[in-house]
Design a protein around this ligand. Structure first.
Ligand code: C5P
Length: 222
């Protein structure tokens, strides 16, 4: 049997972007690399947890000792997350597309004299909020991420209430900060009680190890 502070626990992580199809060859996406989410999955496995990683399209290798479920769209991610429950801890590090094209035709959209096609969007499910509000099998510890370009901490505080999660890991993803796709991250941990802790700029692997140690402490109690 596994050893470590998370031995016997099931940790669920989402990671990477989602791809939302416009037609069979085009999609909407974002700049998430999956590095932070994958590092959390790896650190949790190293801490003895059974880990399910639900990942959007990334170029990263599967972390060792982790069960990886690959999906493309937000709706597929939600279905995979719900199928993986129950979990003791759920960490939502994926950069889920907020919107998807309202219609998916199934045929490639042709360029024509009528000019560019309208691209109507419709809302995707909020996976974090959906899981945080489940009754019966809500994971006891639900962690969200907040990628912001301005007022990082204020937005994160609002988000924790809106989403119903227990902890938010907030980071600045303005291009100057180079977080998206980069190897380092500066994060703020915001608790439900309003508590704020700012960590120094660290390698994403180190952010993952510290976060996993914190989650183990919270899950195992005083
Ligand atoms: O609202 P916002 O997208 O900034 O919230 C970010 C947090 O919510 C992240 O933890 C992200 O993984 C999660 N999220 C989600 N499903 C969405 C949008 C965001 O799980 N559709």
């Amino acid at each position: 049997p596994a050893e470590g502070p998370l031995a016997g626990r099931h940790l669920l992580v989402t990671s990477g972007p989602t791809h939302e199809p416009i037609d069979p060859v085009r999609y909407l996406a974002n700049r998430s690399s999956g590095k932070q989410g994958h590092a959390i999955a790896a650190a949790a496995a190293a801490a003895g947890a059974r880990v399910t990683l639900v990942s959007g399209p990334v170029t990263l290798p599967d972390p060792p000792g982790v069960a990886v479920v690959r999906i493309e769209t937000a709706r597929e991610m939600l279905a995979a997350v719900e199928a993986a429950l129950p979990a003791d801890i759920a960490v939502f590090a994926a950069a889920v597309a907020d919107w998807r094209p309202a219609v998916f035709g199934g045929e490639k959209i042709k360029k024509g004299p009528e000019g560019p096609p309208p691209l109507a969007l419709t809302e995707n499910p909020d996976i974090l909020a959906t899981v945080a509000r489940r009754s019966g099998d809500r994971p006891p510890l639900v962690v969200g991420f907040a990628a912001e370009t301005t007022d990082v901490i204020a937005h994160a505080r609002a988000k924790i209430a809106r989403k119903g999660c227990d902890l938010i890991v907030a980071n600045d993803v303005s291009t100057a900060a180079g977080v998206m796709g980069g190897d380092r991250n500066t994060v703020h941990l915001i608790g439900r009680d309003g508590s704020l802790e700012t960590w120094p700029t660290l390698a994403k692997d180190e952010v993952a190890r510290r976060l996993v140690a914190r989650l183990a402490a919270l899950a195992n109690g005083p």
